[in-house]
Write a protein of this length. Structure first.
Length: 425
């Protein structure tokens, strides 16, 4: 039987992708592990491999096609002994998603013509023990509306439930975790306020759309609160200077941000109850400090993660950070390198920003905004002295980290930053 090559889900949150380039053509023989296509997500371009041996019988999606839904058939491979006539017996692919030159739509809007109208639930939801196939977007809508997916018949590929199948289905009461029943406010179209021709309209790229969606969701769903503290950097700057001088021959050049990452990782280990993620009906308490670092790249923002940062020294953190940032700016990170994590650091000090607040990056429960170190007057033992001071602001998810716990974490961070030798203990 012919093998269908599907648009892969390259990350847990991926719903669609762009087929950038085919690395094979119709008639080519492929083996398991051969590279067959380049797929672009909102933050990276990745190559996908064949998992079966055979001959490429048909490429169903053209190069450059955007908004191809996850699990849509993009190619057909014939196994040994099969001829081209077997392609017609393969599962019919969904129509191609709209190409880059056309207006972009949600992935579930483009769907095959169903042989019969989707069945809408009536009466009590039926019980089922069978696996339910549904798109990530359909699952999220069903959860929010309290709809039993087992009561629906899908119109997507191989009976997969898609967004269109949920249209017109009434809510079955409040979804778990929902507060109130006020519908969300519509988005204001800024074009209504300005004279046509007085501005240049720049379409959002995939990364900017994802940032807009995820951060709007973060501010709407996560109860943020903020804690700020001042850290004196004089001792850290002395230690940094000595370490850079000692490591110059080995190419070691530590930044203040390297110390911040290390201090954050150790603070999370010292206050493990704050090293958590909120998971609806549970808290996920992480064993390691996986610290994300916000990096500005062309078209948006990405947060590569230093895994197990508490186990790494300053030189290792520095080298890994440089390597991750370099590949992030080339959009060569894999999803496992920027998704997940237990904490993030966003540093705008190099721009002279004194202080700011950052939006939490789900599924994390906290992010720290770091301002510039600057000369300030402080009081030490009753005397006014000059010192280099840095303000940091912690944004916390109140569902997972209460105020006192957040303050404890921030105090632990301050203790490491102000006395760097403690990072060696």
């Amino acid at each position: 039987m012919p093998i269908s090559i599907l648009m892969p889900a390259l990350s847990p949150t991926m719903e669609e992708g762009t087929l950038v380039k085919w690395l094979v053509k119709e008639g080519d023989e492929v083996r398991s592990g051969d590279l067959i296509a380049e797929i672009e997500t909102d933050k990276a371009t990745m190559e996908i491999e064949a998992v079966d041996e055979g001959v490429v019988a048909k490429l169903l999606v053209a190069e450059g096609t955007e908004a191809v839904p996850v699990n849509e058939t993009i190619a057909i491979i014939l196994l040994e002994g099969e001829d081209a006539s077997a392609v017609d017996q393969a599962a019919s692919p969904t129509p191609k998603a709209q190409a880059s030159s056309s207006k972009e739509t949600a992935p579930e809007v483009v769907k095959p013509e169903p042989t019969a109208a989707p069945t809408k639930p009536s009466g009590p939801p039926k019980k089922t023990t069978e696996r339910i196939f549904a798109s990530p977007l359909a699952k999220r809508i069903a959860k929010d509306k309290g709809i039993d997916l087992g009561a629906l018949t899908g119109s997507g590929p191989r009976g997969r439930i898609i967004k269109a199948d949920l249209e017109g289905v009434p809510k079955a009461g409040k979804a778990r975790g929902a507060i109130g029943s006020t519908p969300p406010l519509g988005t204001i179209d800024a074009r209504a306020f300005y004279e046509e021709g007085s501005y240049e309209e720049i379409p959002l790229n995939k990364m900017r759309k994802t940032i807009a969606r995820r951060l709007t969701q973060s501010k709407q769903e996560i109860p943020h609160y903020y804690l700020s503290i001042d850290c004196v950097l004089d001792e850290l700057l002395k230690v940094r200077k000595h370490l850079n001088e000692a490591g110059a021959e080995q190419g070691v050049k530590l930044s203040v941000n390297d110390f911040i990452i290390r201090a954050s990782a150790l603070a999370l280990q010292k206050v493990p109850d704050a090293n958590v993620s909120f998971a609806d009906d549970a808290l996920l308490k992480h064993h390691h400090s996986d610290v994300g670092i916000a990096v500005a790249i062309e078209g948006g923002l990405i947060t590569p993660i230093i895994r197990r940062a508490e186990e790494k020294g300053l030189a290792e953190i520095s080298a890994e950070t440089k390597e991750l940032v370099g590949r992030a700016r080339e959009k060569k990170l894999s999803p496992k390198e920027y998704e997940g994590g237990s904490f993030s650091v966003s540093n705008l000090g190099m721009f002279g920003v004194k202080n700011f607040t950052a939006v939490i990056n789900p599924p994390q429960a906290a992010i720290m905004a770091v301002g510039a170190g600057e000369p300030r007057a402080i009081i030490v033992d009753g005397e006014v002295k000059a010192a280099t001071v840095m303000t940091v602001t912690l944004s916390c998810d109140h569902r997972a980290i209460d105020g006192a716990l957040g303050a404890t974490l921030l105090t632990a961070f301050k203790s490491f930053i102000e006395y760097p030798p403690a990072m060696l203990l």
